[in-house]
Design a protein around this ligand. Structure first.
Ligand code: SAM
Length: 220
């Protein structure tokens, strides 16, 4: 096991490389990454590898995404203070912690696997994050109590864009979601809701996420 200092040094090197390569583009995302290193959100046995730019296993056969993937989605989301954000697919809680740091207000995140709801809550508590609310349930239905949202960020791959998520976006709001095949190949879509309620979709290319399972996702 490497020391805490070494974990931090390795993490800082990863963040600086992502910044140099313009994957991390803004100072705000860079600061959030430095505040919440990925090693705080993985099990002990994976801590020494948390700086490696690849997904890592978390409990229940799921994954914590690679740092570059998280950075790409956060930069596309263009988050700012005060925005209302819903994340779907809490997993480890890491992405939710980064979102919370960027919006500086309450963040809602939904996870369907109870073991991961507990895992994320423990990680967030240990990391000192207080404004993330982990909701157990099927995120393909969205989370109506706090809708409408400025941003909805889905971190699992869907067969299509779930209608409830579009409904729960504010006009001018943005949904980021991987859409494609069940097994690890999707396109990262950015769906913007226009003032008249119609949508405009941009495709940001190929990504690989675990499946989004639920009423408006894949059937489990
Ligand atoms: N954002 C996470 C993080 O920072 O660690 C990584 C997410 S992991 C790639 C995808 C997560 O989506 C898994 O934890 C999985 O259980 C969850 N998931 C899949 N379908 C879901 C659904 N319908 N509602 C909520 N969570 C779902």
């Amino acid at each position: 096991m490497v020391s805490k200092d070494e974990l931090l040094r390795r993490w800082e090197r990863t963040v600086e490389r992502l910044f140099r390569e313009r994957v991390i583009r803004t100072e705000a995302v860079r600061r959030a990454f430095l505040k919440y290193p990925r090693y705080l959100f993985v099990e002990k046995r994976y801590r020494d590898y948390a700086h490696v730019d690849e997904p890592l296993p978390i409990p229940a056969g799921q994954t914590i995404s690679a740092p570059h993937m998280v950075a790409i989605m956060l930069e596309l989301a263009e988050l700012g203070p005060g925005m209302t954000v819903l994340e779907i697919g809490t997993g480890s809680g890491w992405n939710a912690a980064l979102i919370a740091e960027l919006v500086k207000t309450d963040v809602y995140t939904i996870e369907r696997i109870p073991e991961l709801v507990e895992f994320a809550r423990r990680n967030l508590e240990k990391a000192g994050v207080e404004n993330v609310h982990v909701i157990p349930g099927d995120g393909t239905e969205g989370f109506p109590p706090k809708a409408p949202y400025d941003r909805i960020i889905v971190t699992a791959g869907a067969p299509r864009v779930p209608e409830p998520l579009v409904e729960q976006l504010k006009p001018g709001g943005k949904l980021l979601i991987p859409v494609g095949s069940y097994h690890l190949w999707q396109d990262l879509l950015e769906v913007v809701k226009l003032p008249d309620g119609s949508t405009e979709t941009k495709n940001h290319g190929g990504v690989a996420f675990v499946p989004l399972i639920g009423e408006h996702g894949w059937r489990g």
